[in-house]
Design a protein around this ligand. Structure first.
Ligand code: ZN
Length: 481
C-alpha cells in the first residue's frame, strides 16, 4: 500500500504555524500494523524518541490473544508499577473493546468470516523521570469496530495522577488550542465544517476527539484524529503538528514536563513505586547438544507462544528444568523487548526461540513490507537478547499464505495438537488435553502468557515422561524424526 503523505507545508495563521500531515485510511492501517505508527515512516513516531521497555523496573505486559482463525484477537497493554490509575484506564478500555469484539465477532463455534480481527498493540512514548506516556493502537476490523484508532495515556509521577492526552494542555488554554486546530483542519480535504463544530462542541466530545497526542523529538505536539472524527471517513487519519514555540505556552505544568522528558529524557523512570523484584530466573544451563534420536525414541515438541511473560515464563522454565525437557518458544517481539532476560534464560536452558511476529497480527492481511517489518523487528529483538537469530516462525492464528512464505526465509511451524488453552483457563483441562491427544512426533500448541497453562506443565511432563516420551525442540524433532 502506498502512503500518501502530503509534502509538509508550513502554513502561517497569524502568529500560528501548523503543519498538517494527511494519510489515507489504508496507509494508516498499514503502518499501525507494522510499527505502531500512524502515518508515513518519515513522520510521527519516527520522530519520537525510542524507549527501551526493558529498563522499566517491574514492567509487566498484559496480553490476551486467541490462536484461532474463527476469532482473531490480540491485545496488550503495559502494567507499570506506580502508575495504577493509568493501568486501570488502559485495562478498562482494552477489556471493553475485547468484550464487544468477542460478543459480536466471536460467537462460539461460528465462523465469523474473513473480515474480523481485533489487534490492540502498545508503544511507549516516554518513560523517563516522573513521566510515563503510552499509546495504544487498535485495529478493529469487525462490523461493530471502528477500523483503526489510537489513544495516548499519560502518568504524572509528581502528582501521582493519571492524565489523558488533553491533560497536556492547560485548562485555560484549551479554547485557544482548539480554535487553532479547527482553523487548520477547516482547510483539509474531507473535513466537514459541521462535524468539526460538533467534535469540539462540549468538553466530553473534545476529550474524546483529542485523545491521541504526543510530543515529537523536537518538542512539537502531534495531534492525531481518528478516521471519521473530524472528516469524512475516506479522508482517513489526520495529523496536525503544532510547533514547539506555538504549543509551549499552552501546555499544562505536566505537559511541559512531558515535553521536556520527550526531547531530553532525564534518566530512568521513577514513579516512586515499590516494585516487587522479579522472581529469580533459573540459571540452569544446558551446554551439550541434545542427543535424543526421535527415530528411536518417542518425541514430542511442546511449543509455547505469545511470551515471554513475567512471571509466568520464569515459572515454566523452572518446571522444564526439573524434567530436563526442551521446548520451543514462539515469542512476540514487543514482549521480547520488554523481557529480554527471560528470552536469554530460555536460550541458555537449551530451548529453541522462534518468531511469532511483533504484535500478533494476522500476517495474511498485511502487505509484504508489513510482514517483513513484523518478522525482522522480532528477529532483531531475539538476536539482541540471545545473540542468535531464529530460524523458525509461527504465524499468528496459524494464518499463512504465499505472500507470507515469500516474505521470509524463516521456516513456518504450525501444530498438530491444539490445547485451546487461551480459551479454557483451566490447568487440569489443559493437562488432560495434551496427555490424551499428543502422540509421537506431535507439535503441541500452548501459551506461556497464561498461568493456568504453565500450571498444567508439571502434570504433562510427569505423565508423558512416565510413558516414555522425550521433550525436544521443533528443530531437533525435524532433524531426527
Ligand atoms: Zn499466538
Amino acid at each position: 500500500m502506498r502512503t500518501h503523505t502530503m509534502a509538509p507545508t508550513l502554513m502561517l495563521l497569524g502568529a500560528l504555524s501548523l503543519t498538517v500531515t494527511c494519510s489515507t485510511a489504508s496507509s494508516a492501517y498499514s503502518d499501525a500494523a507494522t510499527v505502531g505508527a500512524r502515518t508515513g515512516s518519515s513522520t510521527a513516531s519516527a520522530r519520537v524518541h525510542g524507549v527501551d521497555p526493558s529498563k522499566i523496573k517491574g514492567l509487566r505486559i498484559v496480553s490476551d490473544n486467541s490462536e484461532d482463525t474463527s476469532c482473531r484477537f490480540a491485545t496488550s497493554y503495559p502494567d507499570v508499577p506506580g502508575a495504577r490509575a493509568m493501568t486501570a484506564a488502559m485495562k478498562k478500555d482494552v477489556e471493553q473493546r475485547l468484550a464487544t469484539f468477542r460478543s459480536t465477532a466471536c460467537e462460539d463455534g461460528q465462523d465469523n468470516g474473513e473480515g474480523t480481527e481485533l489487534n490492540i498493540g502498545h508503544q511507549f512514548l516516554v518513560a523517563s523521570g516522573d513521566v510515563l506516556g503510552v499509546r495504544l493502537t487498535t485495529k478493529d476490523l469487525s462490523a461493530a469496530g471502528s477500523g483503526l484508532s489510537a489513544r495516548t495515556y499519560w502518568y504524572d509521577g509528581k502528582a501521582h495522577a493519571y492524565r489523558t492526552a488533553l491533560g497536556l494542555v492547560a485548562d485555560g488554554s484549551r479554547d485557544a488550542f482548539v480554535t487553532a486546530l479547527k482553523a487548520r483542519l477547516k482547510g483539509r480535504e474531507g473535513v466537514d465544517a459541521t462535524a468539526l463544530d460538533d467534535a469540539f462542541s462540549d468538553p466530553a466530545s473534545r476529550a474524546a476527539v483529542l485523545d491521541d497526542m504526543a510530543f515529537t523529538a523536537d518538542g512539537a505536539l502531534w495531534v492525531t484524529f481518528d478516521r471519521g472524527d473530524v472528516a469524512v471517513p475516506a479522508a482517513g487519519t489526520l495529523t496536525v503538528t503544532v510547533p514547539k514555540k506555538t504549543i509551549t505556552p499552552w501546555l499544562s505544568a505536566f505537559g511541559k514536563r512531558a515535553q521536556q522528558q520527550t526531547v531530553q529524557p532525564s534518566g530512568p523512570l521513577d514513579l516512586g513505586a515499590h516494585h516487587t523484584p522479579a522472581p529469580a530466573v533459573i540459571t540452569h544451563t544446558v551446554s551439550g547438544a541434545d542427543h535424543t534420536d526421535c527415530k528411536k525414541v518417542r518425541c514430542i515438541a511442546l511449543t509455547f507462544d505469545d511470551g515471554p511473560a513475567a512471571p509466568e515464563t520464569a515459572t515454566l522454565l523452572k518446571y522444564l528444568a526439573r524434567y530436563h525437557a526442551r521446548v520451543t518458544f514462539f515469542t512476540v517481539g514487543q514482549n521480547v523487548a520488554a523481557h529480554p532476560g527471560l528470552v536469554r534464560a530460555e536460550a541458555r536452558a537449551g530451548h529453541e526461540i522462534g518468531n511469532h511476529s511483533w504484535n500478533h497480527p494476522d500476517l495474511t492481511r498485511l502487505t509484504r513490507r508489513q510482514i517483513i517489518s513484523q518478522l525482522s523487528r522480532t528477529n532483531a529483538a531475539i538476536k539482541a537478547a540471545t545473540g542468535k537469530t531464529p530460524t523458525l516462525f509461527r504465524p499468528p492464528y496459524g494464518a499463512i499464505n504465499q505472500t507470507v512464505r515469500n516474505a521470509t526465509t524463516l521456516s513456518p511451524v504450525l501444530w498438530n495438537v491444539d490445547t485451546e488453552d487461551w480459551k479454557y483457563p483451566d490447568a487440569a483441562r489443559v493437562a488432560r488435553t495434551v496427555i490424551n491427544k499428543a502422540g509421537r512426533n506431535d507439535v503441541v500448541l500452548m501459551h506461556d502468557i497464561h498461568p493456568t497453562s504453565v500450571a498444567a506443565v508439571p502434570e504433562i511432563l510427569r505423565t508423558l515422561t512416565a510413558r516414555g516420551y522425550h521433550f525436544v525442540t521443533v528443530s531437533h524433532l525435524r532433524a531426527t524424526m
